[in-house]
Design a protein around this ligand. Structure first.
Ligand code: AMP
Ligand code: MG
Length: 324
């Protein structure tokens, strides 16, 4: 099976061709805000502007190589409404035009599936941390159950917001990671774990306040240490509860080396194995949508046109994992 996948829930418009063996082709166009964070309407306009070029390049490649596409997969949610609608419209058009079945993919599930595919994890507790989401999940009775999640903003958003407040451009995650390497001391910041859930909003604000008094590198370091320790604590408890012997880190924030290091240490101490997919599969990409579409279609889960409405609040645990 050869699937064409289209991602565009937020900052990255990305189309890819994937089969069971691997990624055959991928093209992306990245929206970066001139100032401030991601503006939903501007991001959607960006995707609309680049749609023909991104989709066209991948389709042209398939024609040149004489490849036969079997279905169209697209990210149906969760994500920014205007972006989702732009992507869904393009996917429906392709499906009608090429007479191919559609698969509406849950974006969060696709981060998990591409992670397992590319890292070799089999049944991990998943730490999914991105610009919009922070969840700790594990597969149980046919669904990715959410063991813990943020009660307000995601860890990526918390770091990006802090970064903007101290004059660093979006996305702030990589810049904060870089600065943290020069830190000399830890500054106490609010550590908020409620049961299995997390809160990052107050932490972000406290870091912004601290940056007025303390060295920026020290604050970056302290923000990372605090936020990541919270995530590691919840992950460890989820692993104990769900009896998982593996942990896997996915999502854009997963590119952070310190977070990977802290999870590695926790797993070693429990006799568990830590999995980290290659960096290019961490942030949003078309391949993860195509690959998850492939799994869905192989298990008979196509999406009809009437079911193809966008789902901005699509929950990870809404998806029956029929392929596992
Ligand atoms: P995603 O929504 O999965 O595409 O991920 C985007 C998020 O990943 C943004 O919040 C970025 O700031 C964050 N990010 C990317 N690289 C890093 C990094 N090295 N450390 C921390 N956060 C990062
Ligand atoms: Mg994502």
């Amino acid at each position: 099976m050869m699937i064409f996948g289209l991602e565009g829930t937020a900052w990255n418009l990305s189309a890819a061709l994937v089969d069971e063996q691997g990624v055959i082709q991928e093209k992306s166009a990245t929206y970066s805000p001139a100032k401030g964070g991601i503006h939903p309407r501007e991001a959607a306009q960006h995707h609309a502007q680049h749609m023909a070029e991104v989709v066209g390049e991948v389709l042209a490649y398939s024609r040149q190589q004489g490849l036969k596409i079997d279905a169209i997969a697209f990210s149906q949610g969760p994500g920014l409404g205007p972006c989702l609608r732009t992507v869904a419209t393009a996917a429906r058009t392709l499906s009608l035009r090429l007479q191919l079945p559609l698969a509406g993919v849950n974006h969060c599930v696709s981060h998990i599936e591409v992670g397992k595919w590319q890292s070799g994890a089999r049944d991990p507790a998943v730490i999914y941390v991105s610009g919009a989401n922070s969840q700790v999940l594990a597969l149980r009775q046919g669904r990715y159950r959410i063991f813990g999640e943020t009660l307000d903003i995601s860890v990526g958003n918390a770091i990006d917001k802090f970064a903007r407040s101290v004059g660093l451009s979006h996305p702030g995650g990589p810049k904060v990671e870089e600065l943290a390497l020069q830190a000399k001391q830890y500054i106490p910041l609010p550590y908020t774990v409620k049961g299995m859930d997390l809160s990052f909003s107050g932490l972000s604000t406290a870091a912004t306040q601290a940056a007025k008094k303390y060295d920026l590198a020290d604050v970056c370091y302290s923000l990372q240490e605090t936020a990541f320790a919270m995530l590691v604590e919840v992950t460890e408890r989820a692993m104990a509860h769900a009896e998982k012997k593996e942990a896997m880190l996915v999502g854009g924030v997963g590119a952070n080396k310190r977070l990977g290091e802290m999870l590695t240490i926790m797993c070693e101490e429990r006799g568990a194995k830590f999995f980290l997919p290659p960096r290019k599969f961490m942030g949003d990409n078309g391949s993860m949508i195509a690959y998850t579409g492939l799994l869905m279609l192989k298990s008979g889960m196509a999406t009809s046109l009437t079911e193809s409405k966008v789902r901005p609040g699509y929950r990870t645990d809404d998806v029956p994992v029929t392929w596992a």
